[in-house]
Design a protein around this ligand. Structure first.
Ligand code: B3K
Ligand code: ZN
Length: 885
């Protein structure tokens, strides 16, 4: 915990390190009540930093220093300086060796950073700055070293001892303990270091790379989970093949390991050759994991695997460059998932997520550029902006350069920078050099925060047969006060004629038309593009595939949106037209509610969705997406002042109207799909995901009717299905229904059946925490007393607290401020236990400026209470103080 005001760190202050560490030799002696870490660092002066021997300042926190040697000579206490976060020595020559021994306490480490214990096993999490809690080191990504690691632990309790690289030796000791040594031939920064010691079983497979090398693949889990690894293993092999084909990237070690741990702050970590995963991102089988969980496992396995090149072989120079590896790797895993499933559905899901959550972040007090220029605590910058918007930025490069040009650029980037720690500028330079283009203006996407607005207006001249689009871009101010200059915005578009046909697109200065869908690069604050030979007033389909992360507005009428829903050749824009229509209709109803009028829904929404539901040609997964109304969180994001009561009332009313109006069609679709599900064993593949998605959204609408045949169908599905996707949907539908007896029975049966499976219990917590029925806070408080709940496990916190504060708007924002008080109390408690989780859970309170003045005051008061609650971690301090600024 900090004792003084945390300091702001600036990108502009970056300096290369004074010293380098060529070799790192580590020995870990693991015991139940402490661990010893012996480190030998083979070091030299960084030749880039000139002559002289400045003091060597090693990072280190929360350790007991037992001994320190310089070139084999023990140093006495007057020969070094020890501070709370560093150890300083004076080197005497250009090349030297430092030996340290420290004592640390993984067994009491609840922050889950550095070396810690998770259900009986030792494991590590070093990114970003956790290695400094393991040993004294130059803990920065531009210091890369060759690591050798020896682990020594009790043979019985910890039969499996793992670290990065290849195993080079192991054996018993006389005292019942044993040892194993691992050597990683690749230079890596300390944040990619990992070790694991535990009683684990493993599933083994192998993969032959394109060039014919055999790689052993192992997934280590606790014994009871050995039957839940097959999906992750299949996903790993698919990822390895895909990266060879799509990016020409091969795996480089003889072994690739994944270890599943129960207590983990995020999804997973890409340590070289030894990925450590949250068990929720590995374990999946039909009976215990939903379709969404299966897809998440596949995507995270791929993401961490892809980091082997985008992150490990080529790493970041400093943490301001985090998006260099994260944005690019998210872009890569999205491409993989799109290829494995439906590209359009994947795009829809990603964009809905970005618009709801990243746009909100970009408009809030923590707004920052994709490459931030300052931070207090780097852990706070593993954000939607760095990851998701960072991926959009890479995607725009793909759009602007074309698939071939983009691949040339990524090939050059990997080849040129293999083994280096580089910057976002280096990435762009590789794209420029490979394509002979200049991307100076494009780089503003890295340095300017905020979501650009793009206002589009049209002008048709029937006589001249010309059609002009004028695009005006602007970007709202953000707390960093960086001036907003025009971005390069790629706008993919098409023009539809009256029959829905696509018109050939010829710009005024072109000799002939170039296709019917094309990309215009908007580079000015205001720019007009004129198309010629346009025979009739067209309807524009704009920002196809969501070609840029902007808020585009065009004055579409509801009839025009219905037309686009039917005729647009771009699947994403067909969905988006439906969303825009829903937003218009819902906003009208929000207004009615606020004026105290009775609610009336524009029947065109029902008509439009009826025709989607009737369209049996359409991918059922698309139908399911189109039937999903914009979430309450998204409706809040796009409101000037978010009126949670009005949003909830309007959206619930619309759902009920749709359920009644479309009952027969929904019922028919539900029954057909449920029959197929009954007759088919569970398969984790796209057609099956699609069928269940439509079946399940249909059921959740149908239950709003309250009809007995729907209740019967829900109970049948709950009891008779063979998979968690159908079971959890049935449970959620019951939980949100008025059928109290059936609800209680199902909840109890579920908990009884799955009490020994923590990941399934997480689902059980979430379904209840997210329910918008009255009494949400009391339900959550009662669930916190359940024996399966603990604040020490991040998955539990996310499942219960996160679901309540993040997804249950109507209950969390209760007008009396009880939800806010509850969350602030928890943040204060979590701050002492696990600062990273505390700081994440805090985020709903940071959006206080979005709400009415009464709620603003209540939320702000809770933030002030947190700030005054005593010494805060740098994580929580940064978020709270910036939110109040
Ligand atoms: N690189 C890790 C994130 C580490 C976060 C540390 N606070 C997982 C990932 O993005 O793949
Ligand atoms: Zn990542």
């Amino acid at each position: 915990m900090r004792t003084e005001q945390p300091k702001m760190i600036y990108l502009k202050d970056y300096q290369a390190p004074d010293y380098l560490i060529d070799e790192t030799h580590l020995t870990f002696e693991l015991f139940d009540d402490h661990s010893l870490v012996h480190a030998q660092l083979v070091m030299r002066r960084n030749p880039e930093r000139g002559a002289g021997l400045p003091p060597l300042v090693l990072d280190g926190e929360l350790m007991e220093l037992l001994s320190v040697k310089l070139d084999d000579t023990d140093l006495t206490a007057d020969q070094y300086q020890l501070a709370a976060d560093s150890l300083t020595l004076q080197p005497r020559s250009d090349a030297f060796t430092v030996d340290t021994s420290v004592r640390i306490h993984p067994e009491t480490n609840t922050a889950l950073e550095g070396l810690y214990k998770s259900t009986g096993m030792f494991c590590t999490q070093c990114e970003a700055e956790g290695f400094r809690k393991i040993t004294y080191y130059l803990d920065r990504p531009d210091v890369m070293s060759r690591f050798t690691t020896t682990l020594i632990a009790d043979q019985q309790q910890y039969p499996i001892l793992l670290s990065n690289g290849n195993p080079v030796g192991n054996g018993p000791q006389e005292d019942g303990r044993h040892w194993a040594t691992w050597e990683d031939p690749f230079m890596k920064p300390a944040y990619l270091f990992a070790l694991v010691a535990g009683d684990l079983w493993c599933v083994e497979d192998s993969f032959t790379t394109l060039s014919g090398r055999d790689v052993a693949l192992r997934i280590y889990v606790e014994p009871e989970n050995i039957d839940k690894c097959a999906h992750a293993m299949t996903s790993l092999k698919k990822s390895m093949r895909w990266d060879e084909e799509a990016y020409g990237r091969e795996y480089d070690l003889d072994i690739f390991m994944i270890v599943a741990v129960n207590d983990f702050n995020m999804g997973a970590m890409e340590n070289k050759g030894l990925n450590i995963f949250n068990s929720s991102a590995v374990l999946a089988r039909a009976e215990t994991a939903t379709d969404a969980a299966h897809q998440r496992v596949e995507a995270i396995v791929a993401h961490e695997y892809f980091h082997n090149w985008s992150g490990n072989r080529v790493t970041c120079r400093d943490w301001f460059q985090l998006s260099l590896k994260e944005g690019f790797t998210v872009y890569r895993d999205a491409g993989f998932s799109a290829d494995m499933h439906s590209p359009t559905v994947k795009r829809i899901q990603d964009v809905a997520y970005l618009r709801t959550h990243q746009f909100a972040e970009d408009a809030g007090p923590m707004a920052h550029a994709v490459r931030p220029d300052s931070f207090i605590e780097i852990s706070n910058f593993y954000t939607l902006t760095v990851y998701e918007k960072g991926s959009e930025v890479v995607g725009m490069l793909h759009t602007l350069l074309g698939a071939e040009g983009f691949r040339k650029g990524s090939d050059l980037y990997f080849e040129r920078h293999d083994g280096q720690a580089v910057t976002c500028d280096d990435f762009i330079r590789a794209m420029e050099d490979a394509n002979g283009v200049e991307l100076g203006q494009f780089k503003r996407w890295y340095s300017q925060a905020g979501t650009p607005r793009l206002q589009v207006s049209e002008q048709f001249d029937a006589q001249a047969r010309t059609y002009s689009l004028t695009l005006r871009q602007s970007c709202p101010a953000t707390p960093d006060k960086v001036e907003k200059l025009p971005f390069v915005i790629p706008v993919a578009l098409g023009l539809l004629g009256a029959n829905g046909q696509e018109l050939p697109l010829r710009l005024a200065d072109e000799a002939s038309a170039v296709g019917t869908s094309r990309v215009l690069a908007v580079t000015e604050a205001e720019q007009t593009f004129t198309f010629v030979d346009i025979p009739e007033q067209p309807l524009p389909s704009l920002l196809r595939g969501f070609s840029a992360p902007v808020k585009l507005s065009f004055p579409y009428s509801r009839d025009q949106l219905m037309f686009l829903m039917q005729h647009d050749t771009d699947g994403f824009n067909r969905w988006d037209a439906g969303q825009q229509l829903s937003v218009q209709v819902l906003q009208e109803m929000i207004g009615q509610y606020q004026r105290g009028e009775s609610l009336a829904m524009d029947s065109r929404l029902s008509t439009a969705l009826a025709s989607v539901l009737d369209n049996t040609e359409l991918d059922p997964a698309m139908v399911a997406e189109m039937l999903s109304l914009p979430s309450e969180a998204y409706l809040a994001e796009i409101s000037e002042v978010a009126d949670v009561d009005a949003i909830h009332a309007a959206r619930e009313f619309a759902r009920k109207q749709l359920a009644d109006g479309l009952f027969d069609a929904l019922w028919a679709r539900y029954q057909t799909h449920r029959e197929v599900s009954k007759a088919t064993a569970y398969v984790a593949e796209k057609e099956h995901f699609a069928r269940r998605a439509l079946q399940n959204i249909a059921l959740s609408y149908l239950m709003l009717s309250g009809r007995p045949e729907v209740l019967a169908a829900t109970l049948e599905q709950y009891d008779a299905c063979d998979n968690m996707t159908e079971r959890l949907t049935a449970l959620a539908v019951l939980v949100n229904s008025p059928f109290e007896a059936e609800k209680a029975r199902a909840l109890q049966a579920f908990a009884e059946h799955f009490k020994d499976n923590p990941l399934v219990m997480d689902q059980w917590f979430s379904v209840q925490a997210a329910s918008g029925l009255p009494g949400g806070l009391e339900r959550v408080k009662a669930l916190m007393q359940h024996p399966a709940f603990t604040l020490k496990n991040p998955n539990k916190v996310r499942a219960l607290i996160g679901a309540f504060a993040g997804q249950n708007l109507i209950n969390f924002h209760a007008a009396d401020g009880s939800g806010y008080r509850f969350l602030a109390d928890l943040v204060i408690e979590l701050n002492a236990l696990n600062p990273q989780i505390a700081s994440r859970q805090l985020s709903p309170l940071t959006r206080w400026r979005k709400y009415d003045s009464k709620r603003q005051a209540l939320m702000k008061a809770e933030l002030e209470r947190i700030l005054a609650s005593g010494p805060l971690s740098s994580d929580v301090y940064e978020v709270v103080s910036k939110s109040l600024a």
